[in-house]
Design a protein around this ligand. Structure first.
Ligand SMILES: [Zn+2]
Length: 166
């Protein structure tokens, strides 16, 4: 005998009203955006200059500053984690989004402590092999002793294994 039973309607947990899902989604996005704006404001307040060591872009062009994410979209956990102040850093827009910038994965920033970018970081650029086409390694261009203060005693630092794996 066929089963004509329908899903029981529960007056306690009724089907949401039309548009509720859309509104929820918008509210959630607004909350995420508000969180990101707040965290970006912290990054701008804590260090008011480009963090890139001896930044050539800043010296030559004085580009505007931007808050950059260390983790590309879709990585670094959920949106909230990716956009927390300790996973973002202030850079000029060329160093951030330029042809040889962080977003193009031509540069890499490695936080050295659990403070993330709110503590000392190491800065790397991709250095391409002159003999082997396509081959490259990360070349360290600066290591901080504390935020914005370079440690001149460290001149050649290998990227830590954990970071290299990610
Ligand atoms: Zn810069």
């Amino acid at each position: 005998m066929p089963n004509y039973a329908r899903h029981a309607f529960s007056p306690v947990d009724p089907k949401p009203a039309k548009g509720t899902v859309l509104i929820d989604r918008r509210d959630k996005r607004k909350t995420i955006e508000a969180h990101e704006d707040e965290q970006k404001a912290i990054v701008r307040r804590e260090y008011r200059r480009c963090r890139w060591p001896h930044c050539e872009n800043c010296r030559r062009y004085q580009p505007r500053l931007e808050v950059a994410h260390l983790d590309p979209k879709g990585q670094g956990g959920d949106h909230g984690v990716r956009s927390s102040a300790d996973r973002m850093i202030l850079l000029d827009f060329l160093t951030h989004q330029g042809a040889d910038g962080l977003e193009r994965h031509e540069r890499f920033i490695e936080p050295l402590t659990t403070l993330g970018t709110r503590g000392p970081c190491a800065f790397y650029v991709k250095r391409y092999s002159e003999t082997k086409a396509g081959a490259w390694t990360w070349h360290c261009v600066g290591v901080e002793r504390s935020v914005g203060v370079l440690d001149s005693t460290i001149t050649d630092r290998q990227l830590s294994a954990a970071q290299e794996m990610s």
